[in-house]
Design a protein around this ligand. Structure first.
Ligand SMILES: [Zn+2]
Length: 147
């Protein structure tokens, strides 16, 4: 739940920043001189300065949303902290013996492991999140000799 809440908070913050940028951009853009008599006419598509400015604004919006989702991909699904310590697993040379190459990231608080495949043979491979069990419980079982 914290993971999705953090994503929504980032999207709302990005929306606020982009709305502020839109207000500043509209304030800075001069009114199109050729269409002063046509107040109802939308300057986008009719005035080059406005069209280019809105196109660049659209690219900035797309980049901000892409950055938000790229950042969210490498966050812990439990605590929403940034995943750390990337480890290369598998091998390009001997895939059958050591497995397919992938990178594993872990949560600094031990909530889980994210497995990101490096090899995309049959299209885009989904990333795999594996939640860890409670490590204290596991240690208690080892200590008491149940294992
Ligand atoms: Zn975590």
């Amino acid at each position: 739940m914290k993971y999705w809440g953090y994503l929504v908070a980032k999207l709302l913050a990005g929306l606020g920043i982009l709305a502020g940028l839109l207000v500043v951009m509209r304030w800075l853009l001069p009114a199109p001189q050729a269409y002063v008599t046509y107040n109802e006419l939308n300057p986008i598509g009719h005035d080059l300065t406005h069209t280019v400015a809105y196109f660049v604004y659209f690219l900035i919006c797309t980049g901000v949303v892409a950055l938000i989702f790229m950042d969210q991909k490498y966050r812990c699904r439990t605590c929403a902290r940034k995943l750390m310590m990337p480890v290369m697993r598998g091998s390009w040379d001997s895939m059958l013996r050591l497995g397919r190459p992938h990178t594993e990231y872990i949560c600094p608080y031990g909530h889980g492991t994210l497995k990101v495949p490096e090899l995309q043979i049959t299209g885009k491979e989904p990333i795999d999140w594996a939640e860890h069990q409670d490590m204290w419980k596991e240690l208690e079982e080892l200590h008491s000799g149940k294992r």
